[in-house]
Design a protein around this ligand. Structure first.
Ligand SMILES: [Zn+2]
Length: 681
């Protein structure tokens, strides 16, 4: 937990207002907290009409989207930026005083220092591309192609397909090799296939971008290659499932062995692929999208070998652009940052180097970060809150009209089996076998990618590591993992404005409490509900109850599908369904958990004139989602992100909650009273 001093610093940051010269005294913590909440609001607005403006208007008026961001939120971004600065200090200190060779200080210090050494990167020029380019140039047939794709994937360059490691959905104690669709340079198939004029324009810009990058990498025929690459990727896009369908876990489960894989696609030499990936022993496989691989097989057969070589070279350059000289970095940013995401300026190099080091050695940084930032008693408070939320979830089950007794009993059983991870891992990742030098940034990233790929691939067919975290401790986020029936809250999110011991309870419940409820509800959203309490994908619902659940979920889908980020650009209610169900459940549980807290502790002293604690809870929830974003970012988000944009998350759940109506005396017909009202959990 941060010291009170850093709390005040953060609150001032959140206020984003200059402190008046000669101000008499620093505010007390409770004054600073109140000021941070109230100054972010616009209380001239009717909360029943525009609750987003009511909760966030003050913040929106005084906050500009920082030039080096495409989106900026009051909660996540503020904490993440502060974390970055802290991590920078840790890394600079490690770089100045690295300690023994091979130790973690040496690793993170040298990794960061090598990244910061722009002169060395410029001097190396395109030399680091020579190795992979030579391998690609030697490709003569499909066997070579698959071998090189496997080798590139191991070194962090994903091409042709998507691959990874997941627990077996139906036997979640064991890892499978996961093969999925992939191989695109644009963020979604939609960018290749849509008739929308804006997307057509971006596709044209993408073709120019590929040309520019291949030219920089030394290709004499880049324009023609780019043309052929875009055509090839369009073929991959056509073979790919729409993103919203990629959420359907039943359809993603297709377990095969190596013979089955060869039978599915006899034209793709898989033995060469696994050989190239350095793990020929892998036999336990899940092919998430079989039809994609049939499409890939046909495409590979129909595409000239020189196009396939150019395609692979492009993906090496694309994936490694940040590790190359400024000409590559700037061109990469101009397309992916500016054109595609609406970010005005590239982030300063130190920020990018903090992120690169975090990707390579996240837990080594996290360990130091936790020592410095996370007080042990935060964990206890968080556990108590989670238990409250879980009780609220269970207590609400009898009120659900669509539920029957048999399914309810099984839901209770599943909820009681949810395990919690809080703060940071019990056992830290061992990086000792990873060699990092101060001299070669490109080689460091490749080594770290290979180290991580080998770690994961060596686990295929073996028992799942229940200790593993999917996020580093300083990450400002949380997750539910269905195969483990587990919720996890990294130390990074247990900070203001989500959580602080000095916050009124209503604020903590509205912010981190709703996040906890959100993650818990994921276990019961339209996909999470398909696994049982042990994380096994199997049907445990009575059929009539499942049908009623689907109907309740369809209400949420329709409601969110009507939200527009700009005229004609709508939220995808199907893609965001799981997240929206989780938001509705999370806020509801947070509110009722807070009511039990009040029963135990008594009513707290007034927070502010004209703002009850029940109201404060909803304001605190919405203020998590105060968001500035570029139009390009929002257009991209509705295509690629399973989360609704912040302005809708701030209000979508509350619109459906009777408790919200009561707290603000809203009436039917008000914009903040959804008609019909959706209730899932
Ligand atoms: Zn979620």
């Amino acid at each position: 937990m941060p010291s009170p001093k850093s709390l005040v610093a953060l609150l001032l940051l959140a206020l984003a207002a200059p402190v008046a010269a000669g101000s008499p005294a620093a505010p007390t913590p409770s004054e600073a907290i109140r000021e941070a909440v109230l100054s972010s609001m616009d209380r001239t607005v009717d909360p029943c009409d525009d609750f987003y403006r009511y909760a966030c208007g003050g913040w929106l008026d005084k906050t500009e989207l920082p030039a080096d961001q495409a989106r900026w939120t009051r909660s996540f971004s503020t904490i993440a930026e502060r974390n970055r600065e802290l991590v920078r200090e840790l890394l600079e200190s490690a770089a100045a005083d690295p300690g023994p060779a091979g130790g973690e200080r040496q690793q993170i210090g040298d990794f960061f220092a090598a990244c910061m050494n722009e002169a060395a990167v410029e001097k190396a020029g395109t030399t680091p591309l020579a190795g992979p380019f030579e391998r690609i140039a030697a490709i003569a047939d499909a066997r070579d192609l698959m071998a090189v794709a496997g080798a590139l994937g191991r070194d962090g360059v994903n091409a042709l397909l998507g691959a990874g490691r997941v627990p077996d959905f139906k036997n979640p104690g064991v890892y499978l090799f996961y093969l999925s669709q992939g191989g695109l340079g644009l963020p979604d198939r939609d960018y290749y296939l849509s008739e929308d004029p804006r997307k057509r324009e971006l596709l044209g810009q993408y073709r120019e971008h590929v040309t520019r990058m291949l030219t920089l990498a030394g290709s004499p025929a880049a324009a023609a290659e780019a043309e052929a690459i875009v055509a090839f990727e369009t073929g991959l896009a056509k073979a790919s499932r729409p993103r919203s369908e990629m959420r359907d876990r039943d359809r993603l489960y297709n377990k095969l062995d190596r013979d089955g894989l060869v039978k599915l696609t006899p034209g793709l030499p898989w033995a060469a692929f696994f050989e190239g990936a350095g793990h020929p022993e892998i036999v336990s496989i899940n092919v998430a999208v079989p039809e994609f691989f049939s499409g890939l097989e046909q495409l590979v057969a129909a595409t000239p070998i020189e196009t396939l070589r150019a395609y692979l070279r492009w993906h090496v350059v694309r994936e490694r652009a940040e590790l190359l000289p400024a000409a590559f970095v700037d061109a990469d940013f101009a397309f992916y940052g500016r054109a595609l995401s609406g970010q005005a300026e590239i982030q300063p190099r130190w920020k990018r180097c903090v992120d690169q080091t975090g990707r390579a050695l996240g837990e080594a940084i996290g360990k130091l970060w936790v020592e410095r930032e996370f007080a042990g008693n935060s964990k206890q408070v968080a556990i108590e809150m989670i238990e409250d939320i879980e009780k609220a979830f269970e207590a609400n089950l009898p009120n659900l009209a669509w539920m029957d007794d048999a399914t309810r009993a099984r839901a209770v059983e599943k909820a009681r089996k949810v395990s919690n991870k809080i703060g940071y891992p019990d056992v830290w990742r061992d990086y000792s076998a990873l060699a990092i030098s101060r001299g070669d940034f490109f080689a460091n990233v490749t080594a770290a990618d290979r180290f991580e790929a080998d770690r994961q691939l060596a686990q295929i067919g073996r028992p799942v590591d229940r200790n593993e975290w999917l996020m580093t401790p300083h990450t400002v986020n949380a997750y539910y993992m269905s195969t483990a029936n587990e919720i996890a809250f990294p130390a990074g999110i247990l900070q203001p404005p989500f959580f602080h011991r000095d916050h009124p309870a209503a604020m903590n419940y509205g912010a981190i409490g709703a996040v906890m409820g959100h993650e818990l509800t994921h276990g019961f959203d339209d996909q999470g509900r398909k696994s049982d309490g042990d994380g096994v994908l199997r049907e445990w619902w009575e059929p009539e109850v499942a049908a009623k659940f689907e109907a309740a979920a369809a209400c949420v889908e329709r409601q969110f599908s009507a939200f527009e980020v700009e005229p004609g650009v709508k939220v995808d209610g199907k893609l965001t369904l799981g997240e929206n169900i989780a938001d509705l459940g999370g806020l509801k549980q947070a509110f009722s958990a807070y009511q039990s807290w009040k029963e135990r502790h008594g009513a707290p002293p007034p927070f502010a004139e004209g703002l009850t604690h029940d109201q404060l809870l909803f304001v605190s929830f919405a203020q998590v989602w105060c968001t500035e974003a570029s139009p390009e970012f929002l257009r991209r988000q509705v295509v690629t992100d399973s989360h609704s944009p912040g302005s809708f998350r701030a209000v979508g759940a509350a619109m459906n909650l009777p408790a919200f109506r009561q707290a603000f005396s809203c009436e039917e017909g008000d914009r903040m009273v959804a008609a019909p009202t959706c209730t899932v959990w």
